[in-house]
Design a protein around this ligand. Structure first.
Ligand code: HPA
Length: 275
């Protein structure tokens, strides 16, 4: 808790009376939204006391403060993944800091593998619900801080905002929009065919290596969440070939994310403006 306060105090010393209303966490390859933010302050993660430092080279690792759709936002450019070696407490540390900075809502995005056969590459999936049970650790284990010991998870994603996002997509002719369940795994290896089959069987539409820890912590602190996945590769066991697995590499994921970014950016920007 002391570390969370020290990080927050450092940030407050840099942003003065700027009050972020929305927190945004951008996923792999989804940095375009930052070009829509009228940035007022930038703080590199490595300047902030106790803040983890982004290690994956395509994550630039900074907090951006500014206006998006006329609202004050704080945006994490680059997130922390468990597979990088961070603890779940470190992965979710920035969410706790954003809470102390005063955010009222959290927006999260990620790149995910599509397991629902109705999906295709570069679709957007609004996250309706998630499955945390395959994660090797839980960010709430340990001393309880900043919220309930046994937080409710019956509706982790704000249904009203989901409906709004769908309206925005329809109004703007975005036909690549889907809704579904996101399952989080630790990675870093991609799944075997048997694992994709299992994850599909338990009701997941998309699989990824992030997001759920941050959402659990946000909900524990009572912050409403909106989440969106970009389907960067399809993971249908029957059609998955060794070659597919080999090329399910970061360049392919980035290319698919790049294609879907404009629609995702528009949806988040309009949502922020409307809330
Ligand atoms: N599995 C896990 N994470 C992912 C995948 C996947 O197939 N695709 C993009 N992120």
């Amino acid at each position: 808790m002391n570390n969370i306060h020290e990080a927050t105090d450092y940030i407050l010393s840099k942003i003065g009376d700027f009050k972020p209303q929305f927190g945004i966490i951008l996923g792999t390859g989804l940095g375009k939204l930052t070009t829509e933010i009228e940035i007022e302050y930038t703080i590199p993660y490595d300047e902030i006391p106790h803040f983890p430092i982004a290690t994956v080279e395509f994550h630039t690792g900074k907090l951006l403060f500014g206006k998006l759709g006329g609202k004050n936002v704080v945006c994490m450019q680059g997130r922390f993944h468990y597979y990088e070696g961070y603890s779940m407490q470190q992965v979710t540390f920035p969410v706790r800091v954003m809470k102390l900075l005063g955010i009222e809502r959290l927006f999260v995005s990620n790149a995910a593998g599509g397991m629902n056969p109705d999906f295709k590459e570069s679709d957007l999936m609004i996250i309706e619900d998630h499955i945390a049970l395959f994660l090797p650790e839980n960010p709430l284990v340990g001393g309880n801080i900043m919220g309930d010991r046994f937080p409710d998870m019956s509706e982790p994603y704000d249904q009203v905002v989901i409906e709004k996002a769908i309206e925005i997509a329809q109004k703007n002719g975005i036909s690549t929009i889907q809704k579904g369940v996101y399952v989080s795994v630790s990675g870093p290896q991609l799944e075997t065919k048997a694992e994709y089959r299992l994850l599909r069987m338990v009701g997941a539409d998309a699989v990824g290596m992030s997001t759920v820890p941050e959402v659990i912590v946000a909900r524990q602190m009572g912050i409403p969440v909106f989440g969106i996945s970009v389907i960067t590769d399809m993971c249908i066991p029957e059609t998955l070939k060794v070659a597919d697995i080999k090329v399910a590499d970061i360049n392919k994921i980035l290319a698919a994310a790049f294609k879907a970014e404009p629609s995702m950016t528009l949806i988040i920007k309009e949502l922020v403006a409307s809330l």
